[in-house]
Ligand binder design. Structure first.
Ligand SMILES: [Zn+2]
Length: 134
């Protein structure tokens, strides 16, 4: 077995046999397989970021599908992209919360729990609230 066939955990150095072709893929494979605390925590963060991105799409879709079949406009895609950039900082507790007010959507609030999970909620007027996170 040579180095090309080994996936190495970036945190603890444990190695796994790998058939992935690129160094990047092997690194990710090791991250997904390793049972060390750091790898488990890193997987949890990835899971929270993925979940938050999915919920963001749900929030942004809400009003727009009423207007057209194409649920996301260019502006919405860009704003979602910008908000997505902050998600890794939230799971790392560098940023605790973010609120974005968009005239056509309302007030979107992202908050991180003590566990590192990102909760997203949308407030449409003073009283109507749509909670996205379960
Ligand atoms: Zn590890």
């Amino acid at each position: 077995m040579n180095d090309e066939q080994l996936a190495v955990c970036e945190f603890c150095g444990q190695t796994f046999y790998s058939e992935a072709e690129t160094a990047m893929e092997r690194k990710k494979e090791a991250l997904m397989k390793c049972k060390c605390d750091e790898a488990v925590r890193a997987r949890k963060k990835l899971e929270y970021i993925t979940k938050a991105k999915r919920e963001l799409r749900e929030v942004f879709r809400y009003d727009f599908f009423q207007e057209s079949e194409n649920a996301y406009g260019e502006m919405q895609e860009k704003i979602m992209e910008i908000i997505s950039l902050i998600l890794p900082y939230m799971v790392d507790f560098e940023v605790y919360g973010l609120t974005v007010s968009i005239p056509s959507l309302g007030k979107i609030t992202l908050k991180v729990t003590s566990d590192g999970e990102i909760k997203i909620k949308r407030q449409i007027g003073a009283t109507i609230e749509k909670k996205v996170s379960k």
